[in-house]
Design a protein around this ligand. Structure first.
Ligand code: FEO
Ligand code: CA
Ligand code: CA
Ligand code: CA
Length: 656
């Protein structure tokens, strides 16, 4: 494998000595100075320039910060030690509160959670199962700094019926579930909208809020964008191809500049039954990992709902794996599947406002050897007219990334009629290109990645962070710059840099970006290691959800699975402590914590604890009853709230 340093000496060098507006006209890539500014932050870069540090050429690509005499940001909390305890453990000086758990009522008059209840109607009024993504929005849309009263929009990814009902066992549940259980599990996933408020140092759900809302597998959802009404979207129940009942596998997401929430449907094959070899759509199904022969699907849906038998309803799979947009401020609004953003296993959808008013959405397709995508709206966001932004995401350009080992990447548009995306290759129109996003991206020569998950930006610096969870199947001959390890057991983090326009602006819609490997997780690695002061057990692996706190630290949730203990870590991103990691929270046994969501003041952290006790095949065998700790109770996925005991910034304030 080529050394990463020798690969990265081709960045153009700035020739303007001062203005970072000037870019190398040959490539549209940021110059060395701009890269260093992005990497180190303006403050460190200025300090470094003032001390006339001469960088070796290789430093242009080094993911370790040069040793400059700038006081670094710190992680001012004590490491949470590893523990075998079934309960969760939080960094000292902080408190966690259970905000809401699966089954809790979301409006007045709805009964409290009762184990073994079987009612889809009830489940549709209670907080859903397996909470994942959390979006925070201020209750007053015009006050973005508001930090004590807001809306949470929460994804509920998938059910675990054998941990929801005590008469089920994982090995037989899909075949044994009653229709009542199937329907109740379908009502328990999707999304929740909750109004929440901080009063007297504790956070509460505003139970009588008219904004509280559940969206589930029984909600009507509009299909919009180029695939609306497409022949491949039409079914017996929806002959027009314009309305889908339900959303599932809602994983991560994002918020838009106009205050709506995007939810990524991250796959669908587990929810269907059928024999792919009997389908006339076999190749397409296989590309979406419907390579199965299942008489029930994982959750028994197809036994009672024929549309989840892909032998009976050829096009139903095409109606999932989209991005769903919901308006949490309007409880009567219909959610919309935005087909212009492509069809794949959407981990999330991270939206940023570009300097020219267009909205840019970054997305990963969370499977080994899948791609990263970007969507750029055609029209600009109108800050003065919220309604005008309502369907901005229906028109624009979806692109997929092709990385080069010289530290650059190109965004390749998926446009019908261009390049290989023509009738000669079996595409009928733009809707068809989007329904078959993966095949279109294959033909364009996109770069297969190591399971892309978290994708966030730091608004202070413009840097984008991307988590690649792992890829044990990458062979030596498949190693490349952005995926530099064969048998990638531990995953890694990349940084992506949009060209700088100066004054803190970046062109997220540019055809070319640059990138750098930020951190190779797990064991020590010379190429992009953890900071040497990181203790062994804080060298995390399998990074999944990422969040940037208001101070620019990166919060990393891991998703190792297989009974390994996941946790929440904080990673310093700048200065001499860059890549120093420390464990902040250990969620209960056999759970992962998802989607750290901060209030704008940084003083509250909402966190989703998903699938506690998930390795058990039944409630009776669960290793934890978290959070009740009462024997016999099923473990319950819950949203927790973390605050600091002195009311300060969660994780502590970094030193200036
Ligand atoms: Fe739902 Fe990619 O985790
Ligand atoms: Ca995830
Ligand atoms: Ca998981
Ligand atoms: Ca994951």
């Amino acid at each position: 494998m080529t050394s990463r340093f020798s690969r990265r000496t081709s960045f153009p060098v700035c020739n303007d000595k001062g203005s970072s507006r000037i870019r190398d006209a040959r490539s549209e890539q940021p110059c060395l100075q701009q890269l260093l500014e992005l990497r180190l932050g303006r403050r460190e870069f200025t300090a470094m320039a003032a001390t006339a540090v001469v960088l070796p050429a290789s430093m242009a690509a080094c993911s370790r910060a040069p040793a400059v005499s700038v006081k670094p940001p710190a992680l001012p909390f004590k490491e949470v030690p590893f523990s075998e305890t079934a309960e969760d453990v939080l960094a000292e000086g902080h408190t966690r509160q259970i905000l809401i758990s699966w089954g809790d009522p979301m409006s007045p008059g709805v009964p409290e959670f009762k184990p073994d209840e079987v009612s889809a109607e009830r489940a549709g009024q209670q907080f859903g199962y397996n909470n994942d993504f959390i979006a925070w929005l201020p209750i007053a849309a015009e006050r973005p700094e508001q930090s004590d009263h807001g809306l949470l929009v929460i994804n509920h990814e998938y059910p675990l019926p054998w941990l929801m009902w005590s008469d089920l066992d994982e090995s037989t549940a899909a075949a044994a579930m009653s229709k009542g259980q199937v329907d109740a599990s379908m009502a328990a996933i999707g999304m929740s909208v909750l109004e929440v408020r901080r009063e007297n140092d504790s956070w509460n759900v505003v139970i009588d809020s008219p904004k509280n809302r559940r969206i589930s597998m029984f909600s009507e959802i509009d299909i919009r964008g180029p695939a609306r009404g497409h022949p491949r979207m039409r079914t017996r129940e929806d002959p027009e191809g314009t309305t889908v009942i339900g959303t599932h596998d809602n994983c991560n997401g994002g918020t838009t500049p106009w205050g709506t929430v995007l939810s990524g449907e991250e796959g669908s094959s587990d929810f269907f039954k059928g024999d792919f070899e009997k389908s006339p759509d076999r190749e397409h199904l296989e590309r979406y990992y419907y390579d199965l022969r299942s008489e029930t699907g994982d959750y028994g849906w197809g036994r009672f709902h024929p549309r989840f038998d892909f032998e009976q309803e050829l096009n139903e799979p095409n109606r999932f794996e989209w991005v769903v947009e919901i308006d949490p401020y309007d409880p009567d609004s219909r959610p919309v599947k935005r087909t212009a953003l492509g069809r794949f296993a959407h981990e999330g959808a991270h939206a940023v406002l570009n300097h020219d008013g267009r909205t840019v959405v970054f997305m990963g397709d969370d499977w080994e050897f899948e791609y990263i995508y970007r969507f750029v709206t055609t029209e600009s966001y109108d800050a003065d007219n919220r309604a005008a932004n309502r369907h901005l995401l229906d028109e624009g350009t979806l692109s997929v990334a092709r990385f080069s080992d010289d530290g650059t990447l190109r965004w390749l548009p998926l446009r019908f009629g261009e390049g290989p995306l023509t009738a000669a290759n079996g595409f009928s129109d733009q809707g068809d290109v989007l329904i078959q996003t993966r095949r279109a991206a294959d033909l364009l020569g996109a770069t297969p990645m190591d399971a892309p998950e978290g994708f966030v930006s730091d608004p202070r610096t413009g840097v984008l962070y991307l988590a690649l969870t792992q890829n044990r199947d990458r062979a030596e001959h498949q190693v490349n710059g952005p995926n530099p390890r064969a048998d990638n057991e531990f995953g890694h983090l990349l940084e992506l840099f949009a060209p700088s326009l100066g004054d803190g602006q970046h062109d997220y819609a540019a055809a070319g970006f640059s990138w750098s490997v930020m951190l190779l997780c797990g064991e020590r690695d010379e190429q992009a290691p953890f900071h040497p002061d990181t203790v062994a057990e804080s060298r995390f692996t399998d990074p999944d959800n990422l969040s940037v706190d208001p101070q620019g630290r990166l919060w990393v949730c891991t998703d190792i699975g297989n009974g390994m203990r996941d946790a929440l870590y904080v990673l310093a991103t700048e200065g001499t402590e860059r890549n120093l990691s420390r464990r902040f929270y250990l969620p209960p046994l056999q759970s992962e914590c998802c989607s750290p969501a901060f209030t704008p003041d940084g003083c509250t952290l909402f966190l989703a604890v998903q699938h506690p006790g998930e390795e058990a095949q039944s409630v009776a065998r669960a290793v934890t009853n978290w959070p009740s700790e009462e024997p016999g109770q099923p473990p319950r996925p819950s949203v927790i709230v973390i605050t600091r005991d002195d009311g300060g910034v969660v994780g502590g304030e970094m030193e200036a």
